[in-house]
Design a protein around this ligand. Structure first.
Ligand SMILES: [Zn+2]
Length: 55
């Protein structure tokens, strides 16, 4: 039987420039307790922008 992965959660990444929620990803809550920040392409800004974890 598979163990439940309680520490694995889904997070939404929003563009810090236009606030669009462009990406969802999963992270390990135990390994990454801080808010994730990733530089990704934003379709609204039409350029790479910093995306931050939201709830
Ligand atoms: Zn944007």
């Amino acid at each position: 039987m598979a163990k439940s992965k309680e520490n694995r959660i889904v997070v939404t990444l929003a563009c810090t420039v236009c606030k669009s929620r462009n990406y969802t990803t999963s992270k390990n809550k135990k390994n990454n307790p801080e808010r994730m920040e990733l530089r990704k392409y934003c379709n609204t800004c039409r350029e790479p922008a910093l995306h931050r974890e939201t709830k």
